[in-house]
Design a binder for this molecule. Sequence first.
Ligand SMILES: Cc1cc2nc3c(=O)[nH]c(=O)nc-3n(C[C@H](O)[C@H](O)[C@H](O)COP(=O)(O)OP(=O)(O)OC[C@H]3O[C@@H](n4cnc5c(N)ncnc54)[C@H](O)[C@@H]3O)c2cc1C
Ligand code: SF4
Length: 519
Amino acid sequence: MSEHYDVIIIGSGAGGGTLAYRLAPSGKRILILERGGYLPREKENWSTDAVFGENRYKAPETWHDQDGKPFHPGIHYWVGGNTKMYGAVLLRLRERDFGELPHADGVSPAWPIAYRDLAPYYTEAERLYHVHGLRGSDPTEPPSEDPYPHPAVSHEPRIQLLSDDLVRAGHHPFPLPVGIMLDERQPQDSACIRCATCDGFPCLVQAKADAHVVCVAPALRHPNVTLLTGAYVERIETSGTGREATDVVVTRGGETERYHGDIVVVACGAINSAALLLRSANWAHADGLANGSGVVGRHYMCHNNSALIAISRTPNPTRFQKTLGLNDFYFGDADHEFPLGHIQMLGKTDAEMFQGEAHHLLPSFAAGKLASHALDFWLTTEDLPDPDNRVLIDHDGGIRLHYRPTNVEAHQLLTRRLRHLLDHIGCEPHLLPQNAYFGKRLPIAGTGHQNGTVRFGHDPQASALDAFCRAHEVDNLYVVDGSFFPSSAAVNPTLTIIANALRVGDHLLERLGTRSAVR
Ligand SMILES: Cc1cc2nc3c(=O)[nH]c(=O)nc-3n(C[C@H](O)[C@H](O)[C@H](O)COP(=O)(O)OP(=O)(O)OC[C@H]3O[C@@H](n4cnc5c(N)ncnc54)[C@H](O)[C@@H]3O)c2cc1C
Ligand code: SF4
């Protein structure tokens, strides 16, 4: 016998958590199944050694790459998913990102929806996730009549100097939109204390707008919503025709349990959602659930991301550094007609991070000196959807991730543009004589921006989901995490995952006949 629910949501991160929040007021019986538990609140939340040195909050998983080489993915299984650790930079895709866009390395395909379809949900997502920003300051941002719900987070003096230097050099830096509960006008009442350990760390005081704090916890205040933690979903079963998902099979506390849902929503993150569908193959879905098109697991994208650290002569005592973005090269520039990507500040590096990177070969005084002069940047270039970049299941059930980067030259050009800029803006005299930079492209384990593995589209031959993220082949099965992206654009993905979950939520409320009750 399996327990019956109106809606089962698998995964409680940006997609699943937000959907639960949207559906909770409907009164329908909703079950959230989450493999992780609650992230412990402890002083290690803000310890660089614990978080980066010991990987205290990363899932203890080993995956394999296309050559069979093992790696430890940068993935986190908690209530709230990867948003517990994220940097909370919440940007909209650009309007042109929704259309077909030529790149140096190929074509970024169009989405089955336009920016205008998502725009009202972006506005709502910004409200829900406490986004602080300044509308109109980013020249590439898509149109919106709604101001950000909170004022932009102020620059600390060194970042203000960088911003002024960039403006003097003819550029258009803008305040990064971030989802933190900071009130700079009344700091005595602010939940966020503007600390130096935000990007990549959990928030000890729960002031980061993560999916647990802003969505799952409020959803659970409704008596019709149940969360089971430590509930690993093994597979989804279907009716005899294969047209409906029926049972969700869960391993919890060493036991197998079954739950029945009228609607089943997969939101395990792009890699684990694809893996779950592939594991759920049956006679009606021989190549994986909802995979008649063969696209499930394919077109894995994660962005060309790299960190670039410039050592400046001017000290940089900034605590919260993630306040500045630059999109002047997003769609290319006078010397390059194709898109290059987005630049933003990283969370501030500290001495332990430098030592960790140098495998402790660097004496601590030297690491401290470097860190106190470092300006830390994060560069993102779109990677293109290649069917051979894919998630597979090994014979032992483990995850195998095939990934060869695309659009690499564009990323190198973006990096060169930033280096050149740093050499030539007003801060030039502050750079060390040899202009010491540490540039590092994230390896395959950098799965933070994973997306694209269960793409949506109008054509059932070329996509697994329809425009409402419902499986073409399984009437009551939906996917609402980062899997649905047909292209990755070049901004952080989470605001789009959240906005889409709200959109799909409205579709489900209509389907359940309860939308007017919620509104
Ligand atoms: C260090 C770091 C910094 C980041 N910074 C930013 C940023 O500044 N801005 C931004 O936009 N994005 C950022 N990201 C990315 C962001 O975290 C993800 O885009 C977002 O969390 C993805 O949402 P999701 O719903 O697709 O998946 P997730 O948030 O990963 O949620 C998936 C959930 O499903 C659960 N799950 C998985 N498999 C199963 C299973 N079989 N059964 C049950 N449960 C399962 C997982 O435990 C998890 O809770 C960052 C990521 C990292 C790691
Ligand atoms: S900066 Fe604010 S939101 Fe981020 S970890 Fe620190 S207190 Fe939390």
